[in-house]
Design a protein around this ligand. Sequence first.
Ligand code: PMP
Length: 413
Amino acid sequence: MSCFSCVESAPPVAIFALSKAYREDPHPKKVDLGIGAYRTNEAKPWVLPVVRKAEEAISKDETLNHEYLGQLGMESFTQLATRMLLGEDSPAVQEQRAFGVQSLSGTGALRIGSEFLRKCVGFKTVYVSKPSWLCLRSANHHLVLKNAGFTDVRTFRYWDGKNRCLDFDGMLEDLAQAPKDSVIILHVCAHNPTGVDPTIEQWEKIANVIEKKHLFPFFDCAYQGFASGDLVKDSYSVRYFVSRGFEFLCAQSFAKNFGLYCQRIGNLTFVAKNADVLTNVKAQMALIVRGNYSNPPAHGARIVSHVLSDSQLNQEWHDCIKLMSGRIIQMRKALRDKLEELKTPGDWSHITSQIGMFSYTGLTPNHVRHLVDDYHIYLPNDGRISICGLNTNNVEYVAQAFNDVVSKYPDNE
Ligand code: PMP
């Protein structure tokens, strides 16, 4: 009898299962609207040319070797990443009360950051937006937070399904009810999965509640530059919180904006009220990293710091993020125009008012089932689509299919 016979079964990570089903489907018109990765207009993955250049330079640099990095990662990278997030002239940067810990992409930053907040600060309760970064049945934020030691993971209202917009009153009400010292996970920009972000006025009100109720913000920044093409605009929320004097953590990912998905490169930024607490924070973070994976990998950190520290390459990278975000914006417009032209029942203005990689279409699980089975268009059950899967060759086909299922099956069965 195996010791493992007591192991319970678990659902597959649904978004990857969906992607596998897409790859195995021989249908010539199949479309992948599931996976959150950039695709060119030819539906191909894209290695940013500036990343290729950086890799070439790194491979020729004989001063580099494969020695271990320290627990907190490559300092040149974490400094550049922290400055990219907060801005060169940020008071937190200038007063040396911000620093970064290199992480295994955004997920790794969320994990070590929440472990720190749970074990070293003693916070007990954490709130996540409803919905938040989901993979169908496996909700990533929930999974990461629970694995980091939080047993009390709660949600605050975020999405108003009826009007397809932010449920701002619900959000504020729920935050106002949260116990003191609760951690609040906030998406910096391009909220996943809804694509709906608070406005500048709404961020002010969110900050007011967080301040008044003594809550702790933990930002999640997976799409800086990828949302609007502008790094400053996309980091408005965190920079605003710095200007208000908040302390916070922010998990930064370089998966989307550098196209470095599998390199697992990220940064956990700390912003404190004063610099003298940071020595102990760094010492504890070193132990957390040591106890998890000992030290981070170097390749992604070398690429990002090579690009961010060179003004010419930095400019080329900006051109890349403009191109990617621009294509997404164009595809949003093309899909909406086509649906309106077809007179598809309902209001489709949210397709263009939402921002970033994803759109929460409002399509029901029944619509999704028909899209997958009858049209070979793959998307998760919650109706979230990755706009990157659309291109000038398939957008008409997708719009026609959406029109067909919405007209044929007006209600969720
Ligand atoms: N948070 C959110 C909201 C995300 O959408 C993502 C990317 N899917 C991440 C974090 C981090 O992903 P990664 O670990 O690949 O950087």
